[in-house]
Design a binder for this molecule. Sequence first.
Ligand code: 13P
Length: 257
Amino acid sequence: MRKQIAAANWKMNLTIEQGIKLTDDLLSENIELQDHQEVIFGVPFPYLISIKEKIKSYKNYFVAAQNCYFQKAGAYTGEVSAEMLTSVATDYVIIGHSERREYFNENHQMLAEKINLCFENDLKPIFCCGEPLSIREANEQNGYVENQLKESLFHLTDKQLTGFVIAYEPIWAIGTGKTASSAQAQEMHAHIRNVMAAKYNNEVAESISILYGGSVKANNAKEIFGEKDVDGGLVGGASLNAAEFATIIKSLKTISR
Ligand code: 13P
């Protein structure tokens, strides 16, 4: 089975004390992950070292940064490079979250450059895509998401995309309590996989983990993650509660032994 992932995105929440307590509470649940399952903590930059230290002895637990800069290094006061993230043992980087596209004017080209820098520095990107409400209402979501993939990913090689991680996050479902139905999620995830298969091939497309994000909660994760092309979730609000996130982790697809 391809990787099934429960990824937390803390966004700009929690102090370090609160973040450590949340991580300790979650780890104390002792959720043993199967080989194909991963848990990722997407934490603010200043917490990466501490949270990595907490999780590093746990199998298949990883940390993600929520962003990196699209230039290698230099006079960019306040920015954080991919190389810096690698130097503090970061595993993944969330790239192109809709909040960054919207509030920080990140465009397709910048995201493509960030992804290249991730690969150059042995970081795994989690590439976010997803449409706003107006596009969904006009039923133009398939073309919209396809264009996001084309503009930021289509320069990559088969090898780079094998085992790659994409997060589909419909903007109208983020932080609104309004989830896409599991059928809507499945439909878009299958579309994303088809787009990747058409540009690359079936083998590459089948290896890509496609996470759903947007109001994933303890009480809807199992149904959404149960869909054939949904390989877990990128979770905001509900990842700030240890018991809730633990239930979400336990909702990942398992291989019966
Ligand atoms: P919520 O789970 O709070 O809707 O946020 C989703 C998200 O943006 C994760 O990146």
